[in-house]
Design a protein. Sequence first.
Length: 276
Amino acid sequence: MNKFIVFLLIVLISSTFESYSKGHDDVKPKTSIYAGGGFISKPTYDGSSSRRFMWIPMIALTYKDQSKTTLNEFNFYGPYANLSLYDNQEFSLSLFGEYDFGRQNGDDNSLAGLEEIDPHFQVGLDLGYSLPYNFSLGYSMVTDAKDFYSGSYDSKFSLNYETLGWVNFKQPLANTTSISFNYANGDYLNEWYGTPYPAFNDPKAMYKFYKPESGIYKASLSNNVIFPLSEKITGLVNIGYDRLMGDAGNSQLVKRQGSKNQFSVMFNAMYEFYSF
């Protein structure tokens, strides 16, 4: 199983259910425990033209207190957790930590001969600002926890639009459309898209040396639909498209063995089996 894809699924589910809960819960504090699972179809690695389809189980713990503006929300989803530092329904600031499973050569034949990316902990910062007419702006940055000051980092700027539909089981249908751009430094891009010097006369070497530099490397368009299936079960459908660009798009991992166009489809259902 591609562990990196598992990680992406969990982060996507967690961030989407977190955005859904804002503004739709009771004012009183609430702690909930969820269990569920989902299906995902996604490239085997960022830039791959091969795909994998898999089912992922998940358990989650959430806490929310909308009567406060500081330290008012905590979410834990497997290898991902975030803590809201401030949220006044217009501006939000939160910290998050996550475990990145890295990238192993066994994930795809195109990675043969490349250095594997070891699993590691990451920490990040999320900023959000609400705009009129259901629009919002977002910014997030994540970096390796071990090399916090000098390591690689990835950041994302997003514009989001949310609409609420019919109400069923006391919950609305929420649709969120997002356009985003990712910017990363050279260390991050070289780790994920660079290729080293091949060994002399190595018959297995598929790539020439390539070292990408800092810049915008990905544009994304996604649509999330979250809908109640019962009073305790919530479903989610996500469709996403990424376009790799810049030095990431020019990587030999993408141009020779992969594709600049990255599509993903996901369905997930979560059951709230305990709350207090």
